[in-house]
Ligand binder design. Structure first.
Ligand code: TYD
Length: 217
């Protein structure tokens, strides 16, 4: 099973994905926790270019192709082999981030992005997309709090305008509405525990796990 986590900045994806992995692992699920851009040595080098605040002159097309290059490496080297072994892959961002940020956010043609993405991934799509939805201003405030402690958290994207991030969020909501069977929409303004309970319920059901939701909370 291939599960991706998506959301605007500051939606709490990384904490939620880690909590989900903690819950799944004792149940003998072969869980791989990974992220984009990155997840491989080559992908991490591409990530450094993509997130460097000094790379302001990057062309939109170059941005898309760099994300896609990192993704192609990630899918071929890490994700597909793990799925082939029967494992569960939890991925922090994937192709829907390209549609949201480069498509809805930057205004690039969605059909073109879909073709590039299909080429990069060989057509691999997630079984479930967990979308952690949060008001854009609230999410950026959350992220700013962390950035004050760790400057590396503040990347090229968080410098974009509020309007850009609002387009990204609206894009996500549109994609979620178009495929409700594949997307789980969770209100990320709720407590960490409530968000995690909603995620565990859906993932547990999809994996056929009998454990009650949030049993260790
Ligand atoms: P990261 O520091 O991982 O942020 P987050 O914690 O929000 O996931 O940086 C990833 C950034 O890259 C994030 O701002 C979203 C952006 N992004 C795209 O624009 N397109 C993509 O295809 C992906 C995977 C990420």
């Amino acid at each position: 099973m291939f599960i991706t986590f998506e959301g605007p900045e500051g939606s709490g994806k990384s904490s939620q994905i880690a909590l989900l992995a903690d819950w799944l692992r004792p149940m003998k699920q072969d869980v791989l926790l990974t992220r984009e851009p990155g997840g491989t040595a080559i992908g991490d080098r591409v990530r450094a270019i993509l997130l460097d605040p000094a790379c302001t002159e990057m062309e939109d097309a170059a941005e898309v192709l760099l994300y896609s290059a990192a993704r192609a490496q990630h899918v071929g080297q890490v994700i597909r082999p793990h799925l082939a072994r029967g494992g569960v892959v939890l991925c922090d961002r994937y192709a829907d981030s390209t549609l949201a940020y480069q498509g809805y956010g930057r205004g690039l043609d969605l059909a073109t992005l879909a073709v590039i993405t299909a080429f990069a991934t060989g057509g691999l799509r997630p079984d479930l997309v967990v979308f952690l939805d949060i008001d854009v201003a609230a999410g950026l405030r959350r992220k700013q709090l962390h950035a004050d402690e760790d400057a590396s958290q503040w990347n090229r994207f968080e410098r974009e305008t509020l309007a850009y991030h609002q387009r990204v969020r609206a894009g996500y909501l549109q994609m979620a509405a178009a495929e409700p069977g594949r997307w789980l929409l969770v209100d990320a303004a709720q407590s960490v525990e409530k968000v995690q309970a909603a995620v565990r319920q859906r993932v547990g059901a999809a994996l056929g796990l009998s454990s009650p939701v949030g049993r260790d909370e």
